[in-house]
Every structure is written in C-alpha cells, then in structure tokens.
Design a protein around this ligand. Structure first.
Ligand code: GUN
Length: 291
C-alpha cells in the first residue's frame, strides 16, 4: 500500500513547535526572531514564494520584512542593501529570492551575504561547513526532505538513494546530506548527461527528483516499493479549476504513486517543509545572538 509523506501536516506540526518557542521567548521579554526577504523584480513564482514565507513567519510569531526592489535595480544597489541587512542588529536572517535579473551576478550577491544571517544556507562558507559536517545553515529544501524522512521514520541506512538533478539549491546538498553518518545512504547523483537513467532510477530504494521538468519520472523508472520524493512544482493550465491552473511535480503521480511504499504529494509534500526549514534556520540564527 502507498502511504503519503504529508508535508502539509508535518509543516503544521513543526510550525506549532516553533510558535511555542517564540511565545516563551517573548513572554520572557525578548524580541521575536526577524526574517527578512529581498525580492528583485516581479516574477510571479518568486512573489508567491516570498508571500508564503511572510505568511508563515507571521503564523509562528516572527517579525517579517520584505524589501521589494525594481527589476532595474543595479548589482551595486543590491549589494548595498545586503550590506545594510548584514549590519542591522534587529534582523536575524535574510534571504535574497532567486532567480535574480540577468544583469546581476547571482553568485557575487550570495557571496555578499553574511554567513551568520544566511538562513538559506547558500553562501560558500555554509556549504563548506555542511560538506565538512560542521554546524551550519543547511539549505531549506534539502533540510525539509531530510526532516520528512526522519519524522516518518523512513529507513535510510544502507539504502540506495538516487537523486535526479544536481542544482546547488537541492540536488547537490541533498546528495551530500543523505550520504552522511546518520542517514547512511549510498547515493547516486544523476543529471542531464547521465546515460541509461532508467536503469539507475529503477535501482533506487529512495528516489529524490529535483530536475525541474513536469512529470519527468514515469512508472517504468521506479522500483516497486520505492520511496519517492518529488521536489518539482509547476503550474499548468487547467480550465476545470477555478483559478485556471493546477500544480504538478517532476513525477507523474497518476502512474507512479501506486508503485511506491511512500510518496510526497504535489502540492503539499516538500514545498511546505522548505518554508518551515527556513523558519527553523531563522530561529537558530536568532538564538546564536540572543540566547
Ligand atoms: N528560489 C527558489 N527556491 C529558492 C530558495 O529556497 N531560496 C531562495 N532565496 N530563492 C529560491
């Protein structure tokens, strides 16, 4: 039987845990943790992500601020804003929503974020610390995937985990985290140049799909009884829906789900855990300087 790795329910539970901690801190006279976000331009998906982060921040009692900058913002102006946020003692952590407009060098911007406030875990310092197994901010989506597997008691030790996708935000860090002591998976990372992909994915006990292609993984690519984690999120037009669209993942759930022991739904799987991980990282940043 297939069971759901219910990200929505897990996220609600963790948000309640965070909210309790924040209530205790504020009852003791301390200020609330403060998460800020910088968004450049008006990309629809980015605006939705940032609005969700703001809403979740308020739900757990955090202070939240959003710095909205125009599409024509120069790299220099953005770097100056980052410098301001780095030095603002009232802000515990902040994120710069990606992607950035083409005229801005994304890595240069990420490199300018103070590692102590880098709650996205994107700076070279935090990535280096993660690879070394040191205390760090772990990127939110990989952290959310690990949390889901842990909270549902999924057996990972010695299992073959296949990751499809090698992005800096998801594929590369999740492959690293799941191969570590504690998770102890044997990890294979696949990408656009991988040959005989299906032969590899069919060997996966745990299949993490972060390739960014709608319904890319079909039933013939999945082993019977596998645990499938779908990181994809795509809007497709659907005239039968009130809002005119529906959300689908990188996995063709209509045919894959029946083969899985556990599967993350889309929506309501990995997505809610990503935001919760960002809140957890912000609370951690806050505690480092306030507790
Ligand atoms: N764009 C898509 N996902 C993310 C994320 O996790 N953090 C940031 N900053 N931008 C993103």
């Amino acid at each position: 039987m297939t069971e759901l790795l219910d990200g929505k329910a897990t996220a609600l539970q963790i948000k309640e845990e965070i909210a309790n901690e924040v209530r205790q801190l504020t009852a003791a006279g301390k200020r609330a943790p403060h998460l800020a976000a910088v968004i450049v331009g008006t990309d629809g998906a980015s605006m939705t992500y940032v609005a969700n982060k703001e809403k979740s921040s308020h739900e757990v009692g955090f202070t939240s601020s959003v710095y909205r900058m125009s599409e024509s913002t120069t790299e220099k102006q953005l770097l100056e804003s980052i410098e301001f946020l780095n030095n603002d003692p009232d802000i515990d952590g902040f994120i710069v929503q990606l992607p950035l407009p083409k005229h801005i060098n994304e890595q240069k911007v990420i490199n300018a974020i103070s590692p102590d406030k880098d709650v996205d875990g994107f700076t070279p310092i935090n990535i280096g610390r993660m690879v070394l197994g040191e205390d760090c901010f772990v990127p939110a989506t990989p952290m959310g995937i690990c949390t889901l597997l842990q909270r549902y008691g999924i057996e990972t030790v010695g299992k073959h985990c296949v990751v499809i996708g090698r992005s800096n935000i998801v594929g590369t860090p999740v492959a690293n985290l799941l191969s570590r002591k504690g998770f102890d998976c044997t990890v294979t990372m696949c990408h656009s140049k991988t040959q005989n992909l299906k032969d590899i994915t069919r060997q996966a006990d745990i299949l993490v799909v972060a390739i960014g292609k709608p319904e890319f993984v079909t039933a013939d690519m999945v082993k019977e009884g596998a645990v499938v984690v779908d990181v994809g999120i795509h809007r497709v037009e659907d005239a039968t829906k009130k809002n005119g669209y529906r959300v689908i993942g990188d996995v063709k759930h209509s045919e894959v789900d029946a083969k899985c022991s556990w599967v993350t739904p889309v929506p309501g799987g990995v997505g809610p855990l990503t935001i919760v991980s960002l809140l957890q990282n912000t609370l951690k940043a806050y505690k480092k300087s306030n507790c």
